[in-house]
Every structure is written in structure tokens, then in C-alpha cells.
Design a protein around this ligand. Structure first.
Ligand code: ADP
Ligand code: GN1
Ligand code: MG
Length: 363
């Protein structure tokens, strides 16, 4: 979608008495349409992606609850209240979001000044800072009643459901692609029991329900432009009840793979144990004692689960005709699924080493 073609006149009128002179596409996000608006000060205007987030009103309730909580706790410890979280700016009528005449949902945030985003992990220190920021997010929200949050995407990290969904796609074989992916389907089937590990731990009362971010990538953190310290965790659309180990795991899946997510030379796809170690250290420090022993024990399973689940999702989308993830070449989702499964296999080989690293860090 060409963001320039999006009509911002209606939302601007809803938010500003005097129309701002500057409103241009901003940032590199893949989900929402983001604009920088300049009037007396700077703002971020976003049109929410309602084809992915079909319940924008509940989603905004989640964001308001969580950001308010972070601000209160930051105030209590004398922190930087203006920059610690996103601030939702109301419309001129006092509403927290705006629905335009075409059914598009919009929101306005204060621009968090003096910050920058980084698009990719350049060195171990970037990954450590990222881990501390997402661990800190967990800690800030450790006393938030997670069960009061709604699920903007149902079953998002319900891995057994994702597995069943793959099996439904296999049975339907809508695009006639099944015969070319039989080894991948077999790989998934061999791990059906593993898919249940976190849900079983939850059912046994061993895994607490937490407020989770669910998109724990580096470019969802704003860093102070001078000190490079993490200032604020953004992109809160996928905040919902979940497990701390999946927020941890998604970062590992994405940031500790020695290859990019769609690399087709699978010999390059491995788990970087040095980066794993750095992230464990930063995450545990960031969580600042809020993780239970069981959560710490299940961190490697969280990493394997997120990687396996992502592979299941890519494979499902391939079988269903690439309707969810954007593809840039034929078979792109299958390449991604193979890549994720290769990473799962390497994680399985390195499971004992992952456990030893955790032991070494927690003592
Ligand atoms: P997406 O869901 O599409 O990834 P994000 O909410 O992450 O959208 O926003 C896209 C980019 O816009 C971010 O990576 C960041 O650079 C910038 N951004 C978003 N919100 C703010 C804000 N309040 N202050 C400063 N920059 C922001
Ligand atoms: C999607 O759009 P992006 O890259 O932030 C997906 C994640 C997947 C990721 C895999 C809402 O995130 O869950 O892990 O692709 N986000 C959604 O690249 O489905
Ligand atoms: Mg983002």
C-alpha cells in the first residue's frame, strides 16, 4: 500500500483545531501506516491495520491500560514519565481513537523526543540492550492483571492450535502444494507433543499468565539518541495475556539465528549461543527478579516453541496460498518454514548447552 495515497485529512481534522502543515509517512513498520505530524510539537499518527487487528477498540483499551500502568510506576520511582511509554492523544472530542468515513481506525501518539530506532542487531550489545528493555517491560507489568486484557488476535501464540491449523491446511490442500512439502509436514508431526509443553505447564499451574508484548524485535524499542539507553517499548498492538518465555523466545528466534529468516542455504541457519547467552543475561536482569524458577527453566523451550510455531505458521500459509504473510517470491513462505525448522533442529541439538548457559547465569 502506498502510504502517500492514504487520506489523512479526516483524522487530522479530528485531532487538530489548526491543521498541521506537515504530515508525512514515517518509519519502517510493516503492520500499521505511520505518519509524522508536526504542529506546535511532533506527533505520530497511525492508521491501524484492521485486517490483522480486527478489534481495534479492544486493542486501544489494552494500550491505554498498559501505558497508564507504566507511567504510574515510572512516576513512583522518579523516572522519565514523559518518555517511558506511549502517550495516546485524544481527539478534539475527547475520544482515544478516530474512525474515518471509510471505516479506517486511527490513533495519535506524542512523538517520544530525543530517541532513535535501530532496524537490526549490529552487535552483541544491541541484543543485550534489547533484552534488558523487553525484560524491563515484563517487570513493569508483572503486577498488571493480565487476564483483564483482550486478545487482539485470537490464539496468537497458542501453539497446539497453530499445529491443528496446519493439519487443517494439510487436509484441505487448497492449492495442491501438499505433495511437495511432505518432509516438512512430517517434521511438524514429530513435534506434536512438544507443541503442548507450555500449555501443559500452564494447565499444571506452573506458568503464570503475564502481560506479553509479542513482537519483541529491536525496532520496537526507542533508544535515547545520546546515551543509547532504551527509553520506551513501542508497538503495543499485540500486547495481550501470554507467557514471558514466548516474548523471550521470539527475540531469540529472530535475533540469534545466524542467518536471516528466509535464508535458503540451510547450512547457514544455526543458533548463535553467544547471542543466546547475552539475551538470557539481559532479559533476566531486565525482569529484575519477577520471573519464577519455572519460567527461567523453560526459557529454552520458549525459544524452540516460538521458532517451531513460526515455522508452522509459514507452512500453513504456504499451503493456504500465501494469504497472511507478505511474500516477495514464489515459495517464500516455504523457504521461511524450512529455515525455521532448521533452526528448531539446531536448537534441539543445543538444548543441553542452552540449559547450561542458563544455569551459569542464574547460579
Ligand atoms: P508497526 O506496527 O507498523 O511496526 P510501529 O508502531 O512499530 O509500527 O511504528 C513504526 C515506527 O515509527 C517505529 O519503528 C518508530 O521508528 C516510529 N515510532 C512509532 N511510535 C513512535 C513514537 N511515539 N515516537 C517516536 N517514534 C515512533
Ligand atoms: C509478523 O510484521 P512483523 O514482521 O512484525 C508476525 C509475527 C511473526 C513475524 C515473522 C501480527 O511480524 O508474529 O513472528 O511476522 N506478526 C503478526 O517474521 O502476525
Ligand atoms: Mg514496529
Amino acid at each position: 500500500m502506498n502510504r502517500k495515497a492514504i487520506n489523512t485529512a479526516e483524522p487530522l481534522k479530528a485531532y487538530f483545531k489548526e491543521l498541521p502543515t506537515y504530515c508525512e509517512p514515517y518509519g519502517n513498520g510493516h503492520i500499521n501506516d505511520t505518519f509524522l505530524v508536526v504542529s506546535q510539537k511532533r506527533y505520530i499518527l497511525q492508521r491501524m491495520n484492521t485486517s490483522i487487528f480486527t478489534r481495534p477498540v479492544e486493542l486501544m483499551e489494552n494500550i491505554l491500560g498498559v501505558t497508564e500502568h507504566i507511567r504510574k510506576k515510572t512516576a513512583a520511582i522518579g523516572g522519565d514519565v514523559a518518555r517511558c511509554s506511549l502517550t495516546v492523544v485524544p481527539t478534539l472530542d475527547g475520544a482515544r481513537y478516530f474512525c474515518d468515513s471509510t471505516g479506517g481506525y486511527w490513533r495519535l501518539y506524542d512523538f517520544v523526543e530525543g530517541t532513535v530506532t535501530k532496524e537490526s542487531v549490529e552487535d552483541a550489545n544491541d541484543f543485550y540492550t534489547c533484552a534488558k528493555a523487553f525484560g524491563g517491560f515484563q517487570e513493569m507489568l508483572a503486577d498488571y492483571p493480565a487476564e483483564t486484557l483482550s486478545e487482539p488476535i485470537a490464539n496468537f501464540h497458542n501453539t497446539p492450535w497453530r499445529y491443528d491449523n496446519l493439519m487443517r491446511a494439510v487436509a484441505a490442500d487448497k492449492c495442491g502444494r501438499l505433495s511437495s512439502v511432505l518432509p516438512e509436514v512430517e517434521f511438524a508431526k514429530e513435534r506434536e507433543e512438544f507443541c503442548k509443553v507450555l500449555e501443559n505447564a500452564r494447565a499444571a499451574g506452573e506458568l503464570p499468565l503475564r502481560v506479553t508484548h509479542n513482537d519483541t524485535k529491536l525496532n520496537n524499542i526507542l533508544f535515547d539518541e545520546k546515551s543509547a539507553a532504551p527509553v520506551c517499548v513501542i508497538d503495543l498492538d499485540t500486547v495481550m495475556p501470554g507467557y514471558s518465555v514466548t516474548d523471550f523466545g521470539d527475540s531469540i528466534r529472530f535475533g540469534a539465528n545466524t542467518a536471516v529468516e528466509d535464508e535458503t542455504d540451510l547450512s547457514k541457519v544455526t543458533l548463535d549461543l553467544d547471542l543466546f547467552k547475552v539475551y538470557v543475561k539481559g532479559f533476566i536482569e531486565g525482569c529484575n527478579g519477577s520471573l519464577t524458577e519455572k519460567e527461567i527453566e523453560l526459557l529454552p523451550e520458549g525459544a524452540m516453541m516460538m521458532t517451531l510455531e513460526c515455522g508452522l505458521r509459514f507452512l500453513t500459509d504456504h499451503l493456504e496460498g500465501d494469504t497472511y504473510f507478505k511474500i516477495h517470491r514464489e515459495g517464500h513462505n516455504l523457504d521461511r518454514a524450512r529455515n525455521q525448522f532448521a533452526l528448531v533442529a539446531d536448537m534441539e541439538r543445543k538444548l543441553d548447552q542452552m540449559r547450561a548457559i542458563i544455569q551459569e547465569i542464574v547460579g
